[in-house]
Structure formats: structure tokens, C-alpha cells
Design a protein around this ligand. Structure first.
Ligand SMILES: NC(=O)c1ccc[n+]([C@@H]2O[C@H](COP(=O)([O-])OP(=O)(O)OC[C@H]3O[C@@H](n4cnc5c(N)ncnc54)[C@H](OP(=O)(O)O)[C@@H]3O)[C@@H](O)[C@H]2O)c1
Length: 431
């Protein structure tokens, strides 16, 4: 390796990979001036060699043999932006074992095989950096891993999926139904044709697992994350949230207390004055609560080729500087086996909507069910609708299991005609 030239082997040249090549081409001189490192994209692996790509690289740089890139002695650092589990996992392990630092944006891989990858990097003594894997262009992993390394993080709440945040923004602000807002997001290219991974919370759950792993130094995989999506939300839920002074967001929540770590993804009502409530459209934001720093929020573009490539490039510069200086960046260290709390034990406030017969004694009957299952009511609002009444309850903090039992019991009460949506409520009270 020439003293200050770092040769990059790029696995994948799609949205993120091609944006990365353009950034290196356009900003190479200023990167060198600021960091002393000259980045050179040496080899690029793609699936389809005949596809046109908007990057200033010679055709000879491209190959469809991924192993040839990792094994190339002219490659100093590997950037993996292929996505998916295999061959990405194998290639990253191989690169690390041969002493090549790796930068990846692959949330799916880290959320399922993070431990193996971190241990391989640790054993090889090389960097494995993955800033872009959560919240795209928003710097989050480095703040959690380095800036807050000495603080005690209590809770991280994030809007980490731009597609669902766009849909919820349209439902809140334009009164759109879920299906209309989804169709609009698909039309604008914010949502995939098969939107399941986004709208059912799988994407956010993978990111939540990575956040919990880094924030708490715990082994958390995507399967440990409790998950509910947004497809069941109705216009009525959004309207009553608004009336009560709340906004509904799909939140990834990672918390640690004396009982262990709890990680979940679900639609959540947050007060409209909460900083996360103002995060609109496809933006992402992560709200961190830690002992010494207090409250902290990071906000920006969670997806898109250029924003994601910006985060990948930051990691690439870091890994390259370390390579040139012979050093190494912050490591993850050994991940502790901390208890993962089952959702039944987790406590939240809840919002419940019931449709009941509008007759004397009904309220007492309902209140009794709450009381019998250890759920205490914080506030109640009744709206008459013909012979029926709609009652909206907000509870105090209650265990999920107790709330579930209450809902079950309410369904058996004759005067309760329908138990509507049940949503968690987080954050301070509406002002
Ligand atoms: N796009 C975003 O906004 C975003 C945000 C955050 C994180 N990420 C993560 O970044 C990664 C890349 O995303 P992307 O949007 O850039 O994906 P993409 O546009 O689909 O690009 C994937 C690239 O990998 C190549 N590829 C796929 N399988 C291959 C194989 N077996 N061998 C060789 N090349 C292969 C493809 O080749 P061809 O071009 O020949 O098909 C393509 O160039 C993923 O892990 C994703 O989760 C993306």
C-alpha cells in the first residue's frame, strides 16, 4: 500500500454503491486535504456487468466475481453494499480474517449475525464499521458507540423507517386512510411494491436490534424484538390522537433497567410537543435518554443513495485513517448476555377506544375490569354516538400482560360492543 493511498474494494454498485463512488470522485481532493488519505476505488463487484452505471470508473474495474474483490491483494479496505445475508456474510468474514477493514450498510446482516461479525473483527484486530445500517445518513452508531461510551444510556426511541413515517404523516395531516397513504408513498417511490418489511415493522425491528446491541452492549438479534406494524391503524385512531394532543409514530424503542433489556417496535402515541412528533414525511430521528447527557436527538435522512453513502464514506475515511496510521477505531467489545424482557413484562401507558351501550352503570362495569386487572385509568373521554357511546381511556403505566387481560375481559362485557384500537402512549403529557 502506498503511504497515503487506500484502495477500496466495493461489493455492490447500486443506489448506495454508485452514490459512494460519485462522492469519492467529487470530494477526493478535499478528503485528502482534510484527512491525508487518498481514496481510490480499485475493484467493484456487481451482479450484472452490462448494466449502465453513472460512475466515473473504467470498465476494467468491474467484475461479477465477488471473491476476486475481497481476495485482491490490491484491495486494502472492503465496502459491502450488496445487502442481504449471503454472500455478504461470507465475504465480510473472509475480508476481516485476511486483515482487511470492512464498512457495511447491511442492517439485516448485523441484526442477525452481528455477534459473529464483531467477534471476527475483534479476533483479527481490524475495523468493522456500520454507521449506515441504522437511520441511513443520520450519525447514530458513532455517537452511541463513542461519544456516549462513558454515559449510561437508559432509553433510545427512534423513527427509523422513512416509509412508515411518510404514511403516518399523510394520515395525520391529510386525513388519508392507510391504504391511500401507502399508494401515494408507492407512487413517489418511498415504498416498495411489496411494502411488508416496512409497514409491518420488520425493517425497524432489525434496526432496533442493532441500536440495543450498541447502546447496551448486549446480544440482541432481530428475533428478540417485539414487533407490531402500522397496517391496522385507522383514520379514527389518528383523529382521536390529534384531539387528545398526540401524534402516532412507529417507534423502535430500546430500554435497559435492572430487569434487563426490552426492545420493541410498535405504533406509539407521543405528545404533539415531543421532539419526535415534529419528524415528518420520510425523515428519521433518534431520541436518546442517558444519565449524564439527558435528552439528545439526532435527525436527518434515513435512506436514499447519497445520504446513506455519506455515512458509508465517513466510516470508510475512519477505517482508512486507522489503516494508514496503523491504529484501530473503537471496538464493540464482548457483548453481554443480558436478559431480554418479554413484552408481557414491559410497562407503558395505553390508549384504548371502546364502543359501548349508552346506558347507566356501564362505566362502573368497565372500570371494575380495569381495577381487577391492575390497570389504573389516568383519563377518560366519552363521546355519544346515537344509542352507543365511544369511550377513550388513557391508562397510567401498566404491564402489557395486565392490559391484555383487561382487553380480554372487556370483550366479555355485554354492554361493550367493540374494543377498538389499543396503542401504547409514551413521552410526557400533552401540554
Ligand atoms: N438504499 C438505501 O436508501 C439504503 C439505506 C440504508 C441502508 N441501505 C443498505 O445498503 C445496502 C445496499 O442497498 P442499495 O439500495 O444500494 O441496494 P441495490 O441498489 O439493490 O444495490 C445492490 C448492489 O449489489 C449488487 N449485487 C447484489 N447481489 C450481488 C451478488 N451476489 N454479487 C455481486 N453483486 C451483487 C447489485 O448488482 P447489480 O447492480 O448488477 O444488480 C447492485 O449493484 C443494503 O444492505 C441496504 O439495506 C440502503
Amino acid at each position: 500500500m502506498a503511504e497515503d493511498v487506500v484502495r477500496v474494494g466495493l461489493l455492490g454498485c447500486g443506489h448506495v454503491g454508485s452514490a459512494l463512488v460519485r462522492l469519492i470522485t467529487d470530494n477526493g481532493d478535499s478528503i485528502e486535504a482534510r484527512t491525508g488519505v487518498r481514496l481510490q476505488v480499485a475493484r467493484v463487484a456487481v451482479r450484472n456487468l452490462s448494466r449502465e452505471r453513472d460512475v466515473a470508473l473504467p470498465a476494467s474495474a468491474f467484475t461479477n466475481d465477488v471473491n476476486a474483490v475481497v481476495g485482491d491483494p490490491d484491495v486494502d479496505v472492503v465496502v459491502e453494499v450488496i445487502g442481504g445475508i449471503e454472500p455478504a456474510r461470507e465475504l465480510i468474514v473472509e475480508a476481516l480474517k485476511t486483515g482487511k477493514p470492512v464498512v457495511t450498510a447491511n442492517k439485516e446482516l448485523l441484526a442477525n449475525f452481528g455477534k459473529e461479525l464483531f467477534e471476527t473483527a475483534e479476533a483479527a484486530g481490524v475495523d468493522l464499521l456500520f454507521e449506515a445500517s441504522v437511520a441511513g445518513g443520520v450519525p447514530l452508531i458513532r455517537p452511541l458507540r463513542e461519544s456516549l461510551a462513558g454515559d449510561r444510556i437508559r432509553r433510545v426511541m427512534g423513527i427509523v423507517n422513512g416509509t412508515t413515517n411518510y404514511i403516518l404523516t399523510r394520515m395525520t395531516e391529510a386525513g388519508a386512510s392507510f391504504s391511500d397513504a401507502l399508494a401515494e408513498a408507492q407512487g413517489l417511490g418511498f415504498a416498495e411494491r411489496d411494502p411488508t418489511a416496512d409497514v409491518e415493522g420488520f425493517d425497524a425491528a432489525a434496526k432496533a436490534a442493532i441500536i440495543a446491541t450498541i447502546a447496551f452492549g448486549a446480544r440482541v438479534v432481530a428475533g428478540d424484538v417485539y414487533r407490531e406494524g402500522i397496517s391496522e391503524l385507522t383514520d379514527a385512531d389518528m383523529a382521536s390522537a390529534r384531539e387528545l394532543g398526540y401524534v402516532v409514530k412507529l417507534l423502535a424503542v430500546a430500554e435497559e433497567d435492572v430487569h434487563g433489556v426490552a426492545v420493541r417496535v410498535h405504533p406509539t402515541m407521543i405528545p404533539s410537543h415531543h421532539p419526535l412528533a415534529s419528524v415528518r414525511e420520510s425523515f428519521n430521528a433518534v431520541f436518546i435518554e442517558a444519565d449524564a447527557v439527558g435528552e439528545l436527538m439526532l435527525y436527518g435522512r434515513g435512506a436514499g443513495g447519497a445520504p446513506t453513502a455519506s455515512a458509508v464514506l465517513g466510516d470508510l475515511i475512519d477505517a482508512s485513517k486507522n489503516l494508514v496510521s496503523g491504529g484501530r477505531g473503537a471496538t464493540i467489545g464482548a457483548l453481554a448476555r443480558k436478559p431480554i424482557r418479554p413484552i408481557d413484562e414491559v410497562e407503558s401507558q395505553f390508549y384504548l377506544q371502546l364502543e359501548v351501550a349508552d346506558q347507566p352503570g356501564v362505566l362502573a362495569e368497565i372500570a371494575m375490569q380495569f381495577g381487577e386487572h391492575d390497570v389504573s385509568i389516568k383519563s377518560m373521554q366519552q363521546i355519544g354516538i346515537g344509542a352507543e357511546a365511544r369511550i377513550i381511556f388513557i391508562t397510567h403505566q401498566a404491564r402489557e400482560a395486565d392490559l391484555r387481560r383487561t382487553v380480554h375481559a372487556l370483550r366479555d362485557v355485554k354492554s361493550v360492543h367493540r374494543v377498538g384500537s389499543v396503542l401504547r402512549v409514551m413521552g410526557d403529557e400533552p401540554g
